[in-house]
Design a protein around this ligand. Structure first.
Ligand SMILES: Cc1cc2nc3c(=O)[nH]c(=O)nc-3n(C[C@H](O)[C@H](O)[C@H](O)COP(=O)(O)O)c2cc1C
Ligand SMILES: [Fe+2]
Ligand SMILES: [Fe+2]
Length: 407
């Protein structure tokens, strides 16, 4: 059966959820599934804003038919050409051959790369600031390049102040009936997944997110409809905008420490646990510890976006870094994470490389400040080295106390 929701007069959510999917982009675990949102406006003219992933096509096409109630479809607006949203374009063009497909130059370039059906006679090309009048709803388009992909644009409904924001403001996690962020326990249920989504999917494009924020600066926005996850309205808009502002400037949300280690036989792990205990005894409260071999990097990256301090510990492996640690650090570098306070522990048995490799990778990032000299362990941390560990704990503690109140 169809499953739709009128989120504002004449504007319907026609998306769906996928709880069976294991991984987003075949990479990021989805323990709570994911939602694909799409919207249909029923005015003098009818318009759909973005489509959904192929996994929910059957329900999606039924939703469209139900809401249209026998009317034809006049416009299909494509804010984003990634396959998790554009999978149904061809089918819609077949079912509603008169539909005008609204996109920018890049949208159509990508459409032709993905599809072989010639839909060029359906194209309606728009530019920055172009408007489309549907009757009592006017849509205005704002280009948002690299707020995930180069063709991305936002669609703004002028009369009600509704921003259709493509992937921006999205989240991992399927929805359970409630579509609005103010109807759920957001901080408990969704915030961590929204951050993990942002950090890993959009994280690299902080400056582009900032650019689009500047562009939309004075626009009255009463509702934000993303392509994944909950819809924002009223006072909650300032809340999520505030989070995006921090994330996109790579500013920590909280003072606190993420401790990440790579350890085969448990000796580096032991040193990290001993260090965390010493930090706790000095009064540090908010610490998260991860084993890179166990926890998917997307969760670690999410916490690295969240917290102000990082402790990295790794054994040496074939005169290099243990490779899950190596790949984690490379990904953090690719995402553009910057301005964190860092401490480093290494471990080796015959020739040290971990400390050097970690330090070099940190050097590829901006503003990663080593707050104390790395501690390089020979195989195991000995009781006689307690003072060295105390010195590392003191330095981290002092740095935490020094750094201004995190937001
Ligand atoms: C496959 C393999 C390669 C290693 N390569 C090096 C190396 O290049 N240099 C070195 O000093 N130790 C090397 N080691 C030794 C580890 O760094 C050492 O066992 C370390 O204490 C492991 O710490 P852990 O107990 O936290 O796993 C290697 C160990 C293994 C199993
Ligand atoms: Fe995307
Ligand atoms: Fe997406």
């Amino acid at each position: 059966m169809h499953n739709v929701y009128e989120i504002s007069p004449e504007i319907f959510w026609i998306g769906g959820n996928d709880r069976r999917i294991e991984r987003f982009e075949n990479m990021f675990p989805l323990p709570n599934g994911v939602a694909y949102n799409s919207y249909l406006i029923l005015d003098d003219k009818t318009a759909i804003i973005d489509t959904v992933d192929s996994s929910i096509s059957a329900l999606y096409l039924e939703n469209i038919k139900h809401v249209l109630g026998g009317r034809s479809l006049d416009y299909l607006i494509i804010n984003h050409m990634e396959p998790d949203h554009c999978a149904n374009i061809e089918e819609i063009a077949r079912r509603y051959p008169g539909v005008k497909i609204v996109g920018n130059k890049k949208t159509f370039q990508f459409m032709e790369q993905y599809y072989s059906l010639d839909m060029s006679s359906n194209y309606l090309e728009v530019q920055e600031g172009s408007e489309l009048n549907l009757g009592s709803h006017t849509l205005r388009f704002y280009l948002a390049p690299m707020v995930h992909w180069p063709e991305v644009m936002f669609t703004y409904e002028v009369q009600k102040g509704i921003l259709f924001s493509a992937d921006a403001f999205g989240s991992f996690g399927a929805m359970a009936g409630n579509l609005f962020a103010d109807e759920v326990e957001y901080d408990n249920q969704f915030l961590d997944e929204a951050r993990r989504y942002y950090a890993n999917i959009v994280g690299r494009y902080g400056s582009q997110v900032q650019a689009v924020f500047r562009k939309l600066g004075n626009l009255p926005i009463n509702m934000i409809c993303s392509l994944h996850g909950l819809i924002w309205r009223g006072e909650d808009i300032a809340y999520i905008m505030g989070k995006y502002d921090l994330w996109s400037r790579y500013l920590p949300e909280k003072k606190g420490i993420v401790l990440v280690y790579a350890s085969m036989y448990g000796n580096t792990e032991n040193a990290m646990n001993a260090l965390a205990a010493k930090l706790a005894q000095r009064g540090v409260k908010d610490m998260r510890m991860y084993d890179v071999s166990k926890t998917h990097p997307s969760y670690i990256i999410s916490d690295i976006f969240k917290y102000s301090h990082i402790v990295l510990g790794s054994c040496t492996y074939n005169m290099n870094l243990y490779f899950p640690m190596d790949s984690l650090l490379r990904e953090i570098s690719v995402l553009g994470v910057k301005d964190r306070k860092v401490a480093v522990l290494g471990n080796h048995t015959w020739a040290s490389a971990a400390v050097k490799c970690i330090t070099e990778l940190l050097g590829t990032m901006k503003g990663m400040e080593l707050i104390t000299a790395p501690l390089d362990i020979r195989s195991t941390l000995k009781a006689g080295q307690e003072e060295e560990l105390n010195a590392v704990a003191d330095a981290i503690y002092a740095s935490l106390m020094e750094s201004g109140e995190a937001q």
